[in-house]
Design a protein around this ligand. Structure first.
Ligand SMILES: Nc1nc2c(c(=O)[nH]1)N(C=O)[C@@H](CNc1ccc(C(=O)N[C@@H](CCC(=O)O)C(=O)O)cc1)CN2
Ligand SMILES: Nc1ncnc2c1ncn2[C@@H]1O[C@H](COP(=O)(O)OP(=O)(O)OP(=O)(O)O)[C@@H](O)[C@H]1O
Length: 213
């Protein structure tokens, strides 16, 4: 199959970002992951909940060399948030499973990631989501995201546009060097933009641009 020129650019960029992540210093990765976790917890603490309503964060379990999120998930739980994590389903769909400390994990049959064991729900049935944390290999300052290439999050985010009432913000998580200048990530029509990104330097929000973010 001949890939469109842009897609080739994405493949190259993905390969070099993966190589750079794997070659980076594990101690630096850990330090940045801890700073990212602090930034997320600070931000989450400022989200107002409806009276009596628990707040849910749609997070994910980072897998080395991704920024580690296990400590972040513990912190969010300890602060009273409900946490749900994605499970890969057929046709690149995601379903969501509640996570608390101690929830059993198992390797996905569809992707090299661990997933929680428990009842699976479509996102529409997860109540009171106030934030979606989105894994990425890189994000550029126009909000373009490069993921692992399955298109799981593109499909998921396309089904939950941010312009619908009460839609939660979608914020990426990357290492400092993976926040790239605007335009650095080739944009394809199906790509879903993010409203901002967490790095070890804190939350960086992007200017609103035409189209969904
Ligand atoms: N932690 C985490 N969970 C996630 C994602 C993610 O990016 N990170 N996903 C985001 O969509 C979905 C899973 N999709 C993924 C697809 C491919 C690869 C990946 O690393 N693929 C490499 C390595 C394959 C291998 O070594 O076996 C590859 O395809 O080359 C990871 C996640 C849902 N859960
Ligand atoms: N909304 C959509 N509907 C159908 N197919 C889609 C949609 N979004 C993306 N895709 C398909 O998914 C494939 C992977 O997309 P892309 O390279 O952007 O993945 P990614 O965002 O890096 O991956 P992931 O979201 O899994 O981390 C593309 O070939 C594209 O055709």
């Amino acid at each position: 199959m001949t890939l469109p020129a842009r897609d080739k650019g994405k493949l190259r960029l993905r390969a070099s970002l993966r190589a750079a992540r794997s070659a980076s210093d594990p101690a630096d990765r850990q330090e940045q992951a801890q700073a990212i976790a602090r930034a997320v917890v600070d931000h989450a603490g400022g989200i107002a909940a409806a009276p009596g309503e628990r707040r849910t964060i749609a997070a994910y379990l980072g897998r080395d060399p991704e920024p580690a999120t296990a400590g972040l998930l513990q912190d969010l739980h300890a602060r009273g948030f409900d946490v749900v994590l994605p499970v890969c389903e057929p046709a690149y769909r995601l379903s969501w499973v509640g996570w608390v400390p101690g929830t059993a994990l198992q390797r996905s049959v569809r992707a090299p990631v661990d997933e929680p064991v428990g009842p699976r729900r479509p996102f529409e049935e997860v109540p009171a989501v106030c934030l979606i944390l989105v894994p990425a290999l890189a994000v550029d300052r126009s909000g373009q995201r490069l993921g692992q290439g399955g298109g799981y999050y593109d499909r998921f985010l396309a089904q939950h546009p941010t312009d619908s009432p009460g839609a939660p913000p979608r914020l990426g998580v990357v290492y400092r060097s993976e926040l790239l200048p605007a335009g650095a990530i080739p944009a394809e029509p199906f790509d879903q933009r993010l409203g901002g990104v967490f790095t070890a330097d804190g939350l960086q929000r992007f200017e609103a641009v035409a189209g969904p973010v």
